[in-house]
Design a protein around this ligand. Structure first.
Ligand SMILES: [Zn+2]
Length: 274
């Protein structure tokens, strides 16, 4: 998301927003302020906060546009700009003398969304925790006695913003920590190791994503080291990577590197076997 924000910023910053076309009724989360108020204003920049793209504008009274892609949302850079109504469209931003930016969403879940925020209103950003690379979050990891699993904590956007499932799986693998370990149970060394691992996976992920062109690819995150790779060999020790499945996602881990050889109970699997 960071690399996507940088790429969009390079394309649209300084350009004038000429049209904002809602393409999906359910994705528009705000009607006040009127999105039309952004038209004719130049884009000051596109940044990222958590998993949100934050568009700011010149002389638009501090109003901002937020876009959240969720799991299946994608961004297309339309060059030349198109006028057809796309399948799976969420929102199209038409710029003067620039490519258009099309937000779309694959699959059946309709979770991609956008907001126009008045000055001083943080909307959904108000609920986000500190960024994963911030000093605030490092302090929380070093001193926190949160009894929830680290895996849960890292995926909780209210505790730490911008990690998500892929980076969480990869960071825990890199740190050699069980997905079921609680933060409170970690030694000081393990906590430092976790912080280093988070920095490393986010830094490497950003380097890979910065090499991409255009919008987000159809399959984001194909650079994961262990996430989504259950059944394949652990890149560190060649053990077969295992998984724990939940309703809408799965946790991937290495039984040798992370859990001392133990397989974690996979409730969905055991239900199927009954
Ligand atoms: Zn391993």
């Amino acid at each position: 998301m960071q690399a996507l924000a940088e790429r969009l910023d390079a394309i649209v910053a300084g350009g004038r927003l000429d049209a904002l076309q809602p393409l999906s009724f359910s994705a528009q989360k705000t009607v006040v302020p009127d999105p039309a108020g952004l038209l004719g204003h130049r884009v000051a920049g596109v940044a990222r906060r958590g998993k949100y793209l934050v568009w700011s504008f010149v002389d638009a009274g501090g109003q901002r546009l937020l876009v959240h892609l969720s799991q299946a949302g994608r961004v297309d850079v339309e060059d030349p700009p198109r006028t057809t109504r796309p399948r799976n469209g969420v929102l199209r931003l038409v710029m003067d003398a620039r490519p258009s930016i099309l937000v779309k969403e694959f699959g059946t879940e309709r979770k991609a969304a956008w907001w126009v925020l008045a000055e001083g209103d943080d909307g959904p950003l108000a609920r986000l925790g500190p960024e994963a690379t911030s000093a605030t979050f490092a302090e929380l990891v070093r001193t926190g006695d949160d009894r929830r699993r680290v895996h849960t904590i890292l995926r909780d956007q209210r505790t730490v913003a911008g990690m998500g499932r892929g980076y969480t799986d990869d960071a825990l693998h890199r740190a050699g920590l069980s997905p079921y370990a609680s933060l409170a149970s970690l030694t000081p060394d393990q906590r430092e190791g976790l912080l280093s691992a988070i920095d490393a996976v986010l830094g490497e992920g950003l380097a890979v994503e910065r090499r991409r062109r255009g919008g987000l690819p159809a399959k984001p995150g194909d650079h994961w080291v262990v996430h989504g790779r259950a059944g394949q060999d652990c890149p560190a020790c060649a053990e077969t990577l295992a998984r724990v499945s939940y309703e809408t996602y799965e946790v991937t881990y290495c039984p040798r590197c992370q859990t001392g050889g133990r397989l974690l109970a996979d409730r969905r699997l055991s239900r199927l076997l009954k």
